[in-house]
Write a protein that binds this ligand. Structure first.
Ligand SMILES: [Zn+2]
Ligand SMILES: [Zn+2]
Ligand SMILES: [Zn+2]
Ligand SMILES: [Zn+2]
Length: 495
């Protein structure tokens, strides 16, 4: 079986197609897969990127060898636009202008060229799920026909047989279904627009099945190499799951996204539970009885049993989304006011409420460290963490960030309270020890992030903060010991 190591194997069934399962008991944090992408491409409709390093193109330049491939600088080489692709491109009748006028055909064409340069890779690509039937005659299908298929046919890159076999649609399907969003590296800042993400295709990782509560943690380093670690212990025989969706969205939103992009209905433990694992992340308050909850799927009040129409729920969500998007300058007061307004309609754990609260944590982190602000920040972090632990158990980016923010607010508040003589030294040390433990847990997760990512940099900061915190605690404990000894000495003298 391809791409196997001792930790996993690839099974096959009707429902999931080919999927990865643990071949042994995998421990939390163990590295399951480490692999480079076989393909990197911009998001659909995004601006042109360099064939070799994927930086956004500011000024059109071309490969000095094939004079066709678009590069960020003429000497950008040694990565994705290798000598094989260069030679294969040269052998076609394609001109560089063709790429500029038809940018959407670039990625499928590069896959097609593997037929000449790496036939085995091409075969493996086509083995991946492309959901051909589900996509047939859809909007994206028609778009690919115009922007890719007919262009490649005109350029004689595909023949009648390929058209009949729908090779181009199959390639496009595989790319859409199996790629992961990949963040641009921060290193080479010049060519990058940090807002623009890429898509990466990883042959082995593509075998991971989806679950809205994944058990795998994914991170992509600066060289676009994907690292998959076990987020929790994965027992032998259990599928290795990754959550393709945004974990912070509600069930309807996640299911819609999966249906549109991956063409399947999710029936995971979170989707099938109208409380979303007890988080109530999609629940609204009943406007009639004011006590019951309206939950996804039936949208029936848990108490007075009134059923609300799906369109009414959708309108309510849209209205709330509009209010959030309308905010011009994010400031604490505006967001707190909005939260109070939303509290009449939404469960306090609703995903839109959580979204605002995450923004608030960021704002409190930048604001004046008053007792009131710090207390509120602690309250928010604790609340968010409790939910994050349920929806993304184990190694988790969002948990790590919330724990980092929690530690900093706790340590800050403790220092303030001790200075103002509101707490004893003993209590002060206790609070700092709690902050230290929280920071350690945060670092434990952050260390799975690539060193040059924002989280990787946060890990470095966190490590130096941990040193300072330990020093402070050490000094306080030393003080305490000496005072205690002095006291004891005093006592001894007396006796
Ligand atoms: Zn480049
Ligand atoms: Zn070239
Ligand atoms: Zn699900
Ligand atoms: Zn009700």
């Amino acid at each position: 079986m391809e791409g196997c190591n001792s930790l996993y194997k690839v099974n096959k069934n009707e429902l999931l197609g080919r999927y990865m399962v643990a071949a042994t008991n995998i421990k939390q944090g163990q590295l399951i897969i480490k692999e480079p992408p076989i393909l990197l491409c911009p998001q659909l409709g995004a601006p042109l990127v360099c064939f070799n390093c994927c930086a956004q193109i500011k000024k059109l330049q071309f490969c000095p060898d094939c004079v066709i491939a678009i590069l960020c600088t003429p000497n950008c080489k040694g990565r994705l636009h290798d000598s094989r692709e260069c030679a294969t491109l040269k052998a076609t009748s394609i001109k560089r202008e063709d790429f500029i006028t038809n940018p959407e055909m670039i990625t499928p064409l590069r896959c097609l060229l593997w037929r000449r340069s790496d036939k085995e890779l091409f075969e493996r690509l086509l083995q991946l799920e492309g959901h051909l039937e589900a996509r047939r005659d859809s909007q994206i299908w028609r778009r690919n026909r115009v922007n890719v298929e007919s262009v490649l046919s005109r350029l004689k890159c595909i023949d009648e047989g390929d058209l009949k076999d729908e090779v181009v649609q199959r390639i496009c399907g595989v790319i859409d279904v199996n790629t992961y969003d990949v963040r641009q590296p921060q290193r080479n800042r010049t060519g990058f627009n940090p807002g623009e993400n890429l898509r990466g295709l990883y042959l082995t990782a593509a075998m991971m099945a989806h679950d809205c509560v994944g058990n795998a943690h994914l991170a992509v380093d600066d060289d676009f190499v994907l690292h998959v670690h076990a987020a929790v212990d994965i027992p032998e025989g259990c599928p290795v799951y990754f959550n393709y969706t945004n974990v912070l969205q509600g069930t309807d939103e996640r299911r819609c996204q999966l249906k549109d992009s991956k063409h399947f209905e999710c029936h995971c433990s979170r989707c099938d539970d109208s409380t979303e694992l007890g988080t109530e992340m999609s629940s609204l308050k009943c406007p009639r009885c004011h006590k019951g909850l309206i939950r996804p799927k039936t949208w029936q009040c848990s108490l007075c049993k009134r059923i609300y129409h799906n369109s009414l729920i959708k309108m309510t969500l849209m209205e709330c989304r509009r209010r959030i998007d309308e905010i011009e300058t994010l400031d604490i007061e505006t967001l707190e006011r909005l939260l109070r307004k939303l509290s009449f309609t939404f469960h306090p754990h609703h995903y839109l409420v959580l979204e605002i609260e995450q923004n608030l944590v960021r704002l409190y982190a930048q604001s004046a460290a008053t007792v009131k602000n710090l207390r509120r920040k602690i309250e928010l972090c604790e609340k968010l963490l409790e939910i994050f632990r349920k929806i993304e158990p184990g190694i988790s980016r969002i948990q790590a960030i919330a724990m980092y923010e929690l530690h900093s607010a706790v340590a800050n508040l403790a220092q303030k309270s001790f200075r103002d003589k509101e707490i004893s030294k003993e209590e002060f040390v206790k609070k700092l020890l709690f902050a230290e433990n929280t920071l350690k847990s945060s670092i434990k997760y952050l260390l799975y992030e690539p060193i040059n990512s924002p989280e990787g940099r946060l890990a470095q900061n966190a490590l130096s903060e941990l040193k300072v915190l330990r020093l402070t605690i050490g000094n306080l404990q030393k003080d305490e010991n000496t005072t205690q000894k002095k006291c004891n000495k005093g006592k001894k003298k007396k006796t």
